[in-house]
Design a protein around this ligand. Structure first.
Ligand code: GLN
Length: 201
């Protein structure tokens, strides 16, 4: 099978790091900023950044409805941090005008780890991976609640946030509170690309 074409939503956020990680696991990685580009990808990564800004830009670039349609039609999407917030059906501590893509039956809390904690790192066990993932959290959300079709994949191991869910999967949708694109550990991208291949089979 030829390499799946995986887009990275390139409106704002850490786009280049995702393109590099996807290329590193054998995908044909392309930046997506226009509807025509979205039409030509098999799957999409929504990067970290600022969910309110990315949401507004999705509207400005006429991408919100086409993206919602692709999600409904089963396109695999991986959202990291702001991307998780954008995929969530319900957002706590969002702004009044916050726009989302939705599709993932979760309730996320934005900036959940506390305002004073801009970022921290820690190892989290991740379902299906032998070794823990070193997770970088930057003003990160966590998952407060989830529906019956959602599988929690990772929880914070210790500290004040111990037990909080920080990675989930629901069918073709994958989301992490943390940033696997920043650590050089490609296993989460590998997992996503294998989900894409599965879907294309
Ligand atoms: N706090 C940001 C938001 O609400 C997410 C931070 C991130 O993506 N690193 O979108």
């Amino acid at each position: 099978m030829s390499a799946p074409r995986v887009g990275v939503l390139g409106l704002q956020g850490d786009v280049r790091e995702h393109l590099a990680a996807l290329t590193g696991v054998g995908a044909d990685a392309v930046r997506v900023r226009r509807g025509i580009e979205l039409d030509h990808v098999d799957a999409l990564v929504i990067p970290g950044g600022e969910s309110t800004t990315i949401g507004k830009l999705l509207v400005t670039f006429d991408l919100l409805e086409p993206l919602q349609k692709r999600v409904r039609d089963g396109m695999p999407v991986f959202g990291s941090c702001a991307g998780m917030i954008l995929l969530a059906d319900r957002v706590l501590d969002g702004t009044a005008d916050q726009v989302g893509v939705g599709g993932l039956d979760i309730t996320v809390r934005r900036n959940a780890f506390g305002r004073q904690v801009e970022s921290f790192e820690g190892d989290v066990g991740f379902a299906g991976l032998d070794e823990p993932v070193h997770a970088v959290f930057i003003r990160a959300p966590w998952v407060e609640d989830f529906g019956p079709d959602v599988q929690p994949l990772a929880r914070v191991g210790d500290g004040q946030a111990a037990g909080r869910i920080v990675a989930v999967r629901q069918g073709t949708l994958l989301a992490t509170s943390f940033h696997p694109e920043l650590t050089g550990d490609l296993r989460v991208h590998q997992l996503f690309v294998s989900m894409v291949k599965e879907q294309l089979r």
